[in-house]
Design a protein around this ligand. Structure first.
Ligand code: HPA
Length: 271
């Protein structure tokens, strides 16, 4: 995906948005409750935006909602594209690069994840402290365009402690104790085997999912800080004597949706 394509999407949106978004937020599986909370909301379906990848997954709706949360202007992406749909990592990260050109000061990336850490429980929100990229790909592969940022970006603080501390404080105001963890990203779409989960635990992962990392890498390259929030939808494979299903992921997502929305409403105006 070239810089010119990102610029074209940026120009398209700049001509249609009544406000300039200061914060971008990607809403994961069944987690799109925030979008309708934005005041003075303008919604743009992904289909209309040049080069924008569409999500084909059930539970991902596919629209950009722009509006206000209090004083803060927000661009909320309800639905995202995934590698397992056949998109490249650069295509998956395209919307984040558009947000980067718009000039957002931070992005919030949310996802549904399986818990590897045995102290986590389904229905819990966990702040992403770091990630392990096991997707076998990277959105920065290919020809380098320095207008996005450096060829070899530093990844030592993709999810700054300052943003996690802020989210932790907002959580406490809501009576939530937010844990932190390392997110391992796999391409999917098959869930992991129990052996893979034991290996992921051994290498330091606390939760596992199929998204977020391409977007986080693209944001880091552009110098945009990321707040990552995983909604734990299930214990990972092999921990409990039961099978994993996308239906379960969506059902738990719906239960957690309002809590996540409340957290985002508190934290986004303070980013
Ligand atoms: N594995 C991978 N991705 C997921 C899971 C899981 O257990 N739960 C939600 N997304």
């Amino acid at each position: 995906m070239s810089f010119e394509q990102v610029e074209e999407a940026h120009r398209f949106l700049a001509g249609r948005l009544p406000i300039h978004p200061a914060v971008g937020v990607v809403l994961g599986s069944g987690l799109d409750g925030l979008a309708v909370e934005l005041s003075e909301r303008v919604e743009i379906p992904y289909e209309g935006i040049p080069h924008w990848p569409r999500s084909t997954v059930v539970g991902h709706s596919g629209r950009l909602a722009v509006g206000r949360l209090g004083e803060t202007t927000v661009a909320a992406l309800a639905g995202r594209a995934h590698l397992y749909e056949g998109y490249s990592a650069a295509e998956v990260a395209f919307p984040i690069r558009v947000l980067g050109l718009i000039g957002v000061q931070a992005v919030v990336l949310t996802n549904a994840a399986g818990a590897i850490n045995l102290s986590f429980r389904p229905g819990q929100l966990v702040l992403i402290a770091d990630h392990i990229n096991l997707q076998g790909t990277n959105p920065l592969l290919g020809e380098s365009d320095e207008r996005f940022g450096p060829r070899f970006p530093d990844m030592s603080e993709v999810y700054p402690a300052r943003l996690r501390a802020l989210a932790g404080a907002c959580g406490r105001e809501l009576g939530l104790e937010l844990a932190e963890g390392v997110y391992a990203a796999l391409p999917g779409p098959s869930f992991e085997t129990p052996a893979e989960i034991r290996w992921l635990r051994a290498i330091g992962a606390d939760m596992v999912g199929m998204s977020t990392v391409p977007e986080a890498i693209a944001a880091a390259q552009m110098g945009v800080p990321v707040l990552g929030v995983s909604s734990i939808s299930n214990m990972a494979a092999g921990i409990l004597p039961q099978k994993l299903s996308h239906e379960e992921v969506l059902a738990v997502g719906r239960q957690v949706r309002d809590t996540l929305t409340a957290l985002l409403q508190k934290v986004i105006p303070r980013l």
